[in-house]
Design a protein around this ligand. Structure first.
Ligand code: KG4
Ligand code: ZN
Length: 324
């Protein structure tokens, strides 16, 4: 089978990986989070310059860790969008130049579709399924019937779940990125001391976190930080779990994939698995090491896309607003 070199530079992680099908041979992730923490969020211009410095060392390390040389690689897969345009351009330009110089096929991968494949790493993809993509920039529910066959069932009408968690965490003085710190703080709080409203949307599979976020921010100073964290996390998890299970039931599928940075959240993983199980639905959550942005998921998605549709032309462009 072909070895695929994957490249991911859409936000604040520079990552390179080598995969064979969906088996991960190596994965290198250079996170810029500490750099951006100083400003409380990702600074796009700083991010693209950092990708430029980190990318070649990451690719060399990924080849080294896999014990292969560039001549062993048969395909280059790169995140082409959505994401920060300057950051995407670093990865796409690099991937195209490398593919051209080596006479290799190159394939652009949608970042969110990439996240889907994080649930398939080191195991064989199975369809159909409902996928809950829950990250810092996106919250979407899909029906997926095969490689490249994605149908959007619902998406957030305002903030992404991760974005809302980050904003509440910031108000609680937890720094950036706030999701993991908020999860940790919530373990010492109690949801019942800071109950927050449940949200309705006219399409019952759409999401909305902005009103919930405002309600949580209003409780800061009234309830303890730990109780606000617990109450807000519970409300976010409840909304995600209810919709994902409702989608799987109405679509009549037996599997839910849980992917994206917020999929690292312990209470979300536990609650979704329990709710799904009570309806005979199985959850394929991305392994914790693959929930954040990484090039292994991009390489796996690219391998299957290339097998189905062939390579992209070298006119491939970064697209900040790409949709699945
Ligand atoms: O997928 P990702 O790494 O980047 C994007 O494509 O956005 O997701 C990052 C998001 C951030 O909002 C971060 O706070 C959140 O994932 N996150 C978490 C946890 N770990 C990361 N949210 C809740 N609980 C966690 N343990
Ligand atoms: Zn992501």
């Amino acid at each position: 089978m072909t070895l695929t070199l994957g490249i991911e530079t859409s936000c604040d992680e520079t990552s390179a990986a080598v995969v064979e099908g969906s088996r991960v041979c190596s994965l290198i992730v250079a996170s810029q989070a500490r750099l951006h923490a100083h400003w409380g969020g990702v600074v796009p211009e700083v991010a693209s310059r950092q990708h430029l410095e980190a990318l070649v060392p990451c690719v060399e390390a990924a080849l080294g860790e896999a014990g292969v040389h560039m001549r062993d690689i048969g395909l280059v897969a790169v995140t082409s969008g959505p994401g920060l345009i300057g950051s995407l351009m670093v990865g796409v330009s690099f991937a195209k130049a490398l593919a051209f110089a080596r006479g290799l096929p190159c394939v652009g991968v949608n970042h969110l579709v990439g996240h889907l494949y994080s649930a398939f790493l080191d195991r064989d993809p199975v369809f159909p399924l409902v996928c809950l993509v829950v990250s810092g920039g996106h919250t979407e529910l899909w029906r997926v019937d095969g490689h490249g066959a994605v149908q959007v069932l619902g998406r957030t009408l305002d903030d992404a779940a991760g974005e809302a968690l980050d904003k509440v965490a910031r108000a609680l003085g937890l720094g950036y990125p706030g999701g993991p710190a908020l999860e940790h703080l919530a373990t010492t709080g109690a949801e019942r001391r800071c109950p927050l409203p449940r949200v309705r949307t006219s399409n019952p599979l759409d999401f909305s976190f902005s009103g919930l976020k405002t309600a949580a921010l209003e409780r800061v100073g009234q309830a303890t930080a730990a109780d606000v964290a617990a109450g807000f996390q519970a409300a976010v998890v409840d909304q995600l779990v209810r919709r994902a299970v409702a989608a799987a039931r109405s679509e009549g599928v037996e599997r839910i994939a849980l992917v994206g940075g917020v999929a690292a959240n312990g209470p979300l993983r536990t609650a979704l698995a329990a709710a799904a199980r009570s309806h005979g639905i199985e959850v394929w959550a991305a392994a914790a090491r693959y929930t954040g942005d990484n090039a292994a998921m991009i390489a796996a998605a690219g391998t299957f896309a290339h097998a189905a549709h062939g390579a992209d032309p070298l006119t491939l462009m970064a697209d900040a607003l790409a949709r699945p």
